[in-house]
Each structure stands twice: as C-alpha cells, then as structure tokens.
Design a protein around this ligand. Sequence first.
Ligand SMILES: [Fe+2]
Ligand SMILES: [Fe+2]
Length: 279
Amino acid sequence: MTTALGMGSLSGQAGYLAFLVARDGEPDVLRHTLSRREAFYERLAHEPVQSSRRFDRETFLRNLARRRPEPGLDAHMLWLLATAKVNQAERFGVGLAELYGKMTLDDPVRVHIGLQEHYHTRILADVVELFGLPVHHRPPALSARVIVKLIIGTPERWSRPLVGCSEMAGVVIFRALRDCGIALFADEPAVAARIRLLYDEILGDEIGHVGYVASLLGPAGRTLMRGLHRVLGLRLAYEMPELVAVLGRDEIARRFRAEFRVDEMAAELPGRAYAAATI
Ligand SMILES: [Fe+2]
Ligand SMILES: [Fe+2]
C-alpha cells in the first residue's frame, strides 16, 4: 500500500524522490551537504537562540563519558545527556555505513537519506549547544553498536526489516525527546521553540526513512519490521539510561506500543515529511 502525501499525482518512491529534491535541494556528496539544508542553517544562524539556564559543564562532560548517569542529576541535565548520546549513536551509524560503502551514489534517494543522517548529528549537537555545551564523539552503547554492525554487515534483503525497525525506534525516541524537551524548557519559549524546530527537522526525515523502507518491503517484511520494532526497538530505548531516567520505563513502553501511524505522523509535519508507504 502506498500513500502520497502532498505531492499531487506522484506517489510512493517516485513521490518521495520528488519531495526530497524539493525539500533538500542539490546534494554535494563530497562536502556532505544539501543546498536547501545549508540555506536553512544560514537562516537559523541569523536568529541565534541561547538558553539563560546554566549547566555545570564538568558534570555534563563527566556523565557523557559514563555508561550510566550519576545519581541525583535533574531532569534537564538527563535530557541533555540523552540528546547528546542519541547523537553518538546516529554518528556511529552514519560513519560505519560510509565506511562499508552502503551509501551508494547511483540511487538518488539513498544519497539524500545518507546526507540527511549527517545533518541529524549536526542538529543534535546544535540542540546541546543551545545550552553552551559541547558534544564529543565517542562510540555509543554496546547494544546500539551491535545493531548498527548487524545492519551494515547483513545482506540487504535481511537487513531491511532491521533497518526499518531502527528507523521506527528513531522516530519514537526523537518524538519522545522533543516532547520532553519542549515541556522541560517551557519557561523559555524561544528555547522550547528552537528545540521543537530542530527535533522536527530530524523527525520529518526519519518518518520519511520509515516510509521508504516500508515501500521496499512486501507484506511479510513489513510485518517483521513491526514485530522487531515492538521487541528490539523497545529494548534499544531501554538501553539508554538517561532516556529511561528522564521519561520512565512506562512512558517509553507506552510510546513503543502505540500504533505506528506513519501517514498521520507525516501529515503533522507538512512540507517536512513524506511517507512513501505505510507500515
Ligand atoms: Fe537519523
Ligand atoms: Fe534515519
């Protein structure tokens, strides 16, 4: 089943490519840039936002290097650590995929997706920077590394439902972090708005990735992808101690068990998300 959201008569994968070209502009693979994304960043640079809240840099860096956060951290610090660490997982996946040559240049959709993932690491670093904090690149938790390596080392026919499941998990986790961040920083409306804007940039892309993977799979593959999402996706999220600490296991489970309506999610972000197929 394919759905076309907002692209006139085009649907499915052709519609998705047309959407990507319109949203991203020209890809430059050597520079890892997309022309319209660069323009978006330039606009943001002209409207810088900085939180007036101060965080202890040493505490942040010390906990960034830890597997589990120290006890007694407040929700704001835990959320920042969760954001910085999700960045590490993204970055690791992007780097490995390139290393193993999975970013094929002959498929324009994949070129866009690969470059979008690059922007995600940059966007997440920007979120942390709203609070004057840096992001260091270190490998993510073991479970994330295992999944990333599994995906990259497996033939595509088998790895697709696994890729799809991690894209779905990404959507759920980014949505949760977005909603949580907006609530935590509600007393600074400009900061909350920038958190929403940046996270929605990532979410729009990830929703597209889920729809694209779904469009490559038959009914059995999509069923497998949904099943993996419920089991593996939830486990992946539970392996992120800062996320668990800030959201609670019940809330994370609730979000993973909710029906995954990729078409409705895409409709929430007009112009920024497109679902080539439903899951
Ligand atoms: Fe991503
Ligand atoms: Fe993705």
